[in-house]
Design a binder for this molecule. Structure first.
Ligand code: SAM
Length: 213
């Protein structure tokens, strides 16, 4: 253990730093990042890090609902087995072109919400992103009912479902949430803020046209 003097010298080295107390911004502000525009990562990547990666290992049996071309599937290929369900065929989704062919990956084009192809008490992790938000509440409920007996004790399920209130609030707040609001974080660059507002409103308008909002 180092000496008490060494500890005190380390603490003393901070004295006088950051007058008024360190404060770079409010972490509850979605446009605040300590390193300005280079502080940000995409929502999908954050979902991957927080909601997908921690739950998949070589002994996991995964059920993915609404896999599309397999953007998320490909990140879970180290699982023991993957059941990938979609309303569209693998050919339509060009699933195997993107994911490849693997003996432990089973693609199923669903005809209903019964999940009959999935063995009971077999699934460790259920993942569904940007799929159930396109499905009716009745369909989601049917999936949930039929899923429960197929999940093993202690299994996890991460589902993205639609929340129209949150979605509409996001659309209304696009200009505030834009990452480019962090372009000129320093107060002495306030003259550039007008340019920043112009860029942000242009991007929001372009987004709205692109997604026909
Ligand atoms: C917007 S895509 C998202 C694909 C993928 N999850 C992703 O994030 O890249 C939605 C997918 O859900 C599928 N889908 C729609 N209704 C479904 C249902 N009831 N069961 C399974 N898949 C469904 C669609 O065919 C489509 O491939």
């Amino acid at each position: 253990m180092r000496s008490r003097e060494a500890s005190q010298a380390e603490l003393a080295s901070f004295q006088g730093l950051w007058p008024g107390g360190f404060f770079e911004g409010d972490p509850s502000d979605p446009a605040f990042g300590l390193w300005g525009v280079t502080s940000f990562l995409g929502v999908s990547h954050a979902v991957y890090l927080g909601c997908c990666k921690p739950y998949v290992n070589p002994s996991t049996v995964v059920l993915e609902i609404g896999c599309g071309r397999g953007a998320w599937t490909k990140l879970m290929l180290h699982a023991r087995k993957l059941y990938c369900l979609d309303a569209l065929s693998a050919e339509h989704n060009r699933f195997h072109e993107y994911v490849g062919r693997h003996s432990h990956v089973v693609y199923i084009q669903v005809q209903d919400f019964s999940l009959r192809e999935i063995p009971l008490d077999s699934i460790d992790f259920v993942f569904s992103y940007d799929a159930l938000c396109h499905v009716s509440f009745a369909g989601i409920s049917e999936y949930a009912e039929n899923l429960f007996p197929r999940m093993r004790k202690g299994a996890h399920a991460i589902w993205m479902v639609a929340d129209y209130g949150k979605y509409n609030a996001f659309l209304r707040r696009q200009a505030q949430l834009c990452v480019l609001n962090a372009l000129f974080p320093r107060r002495d660059l306030f003259l550039l803020r007008g340019l920043q507002r112009l860029i942000v409103s242009g991007i929001v308008a372009w987004n709205n046209r692109r997604y026909r909002l």
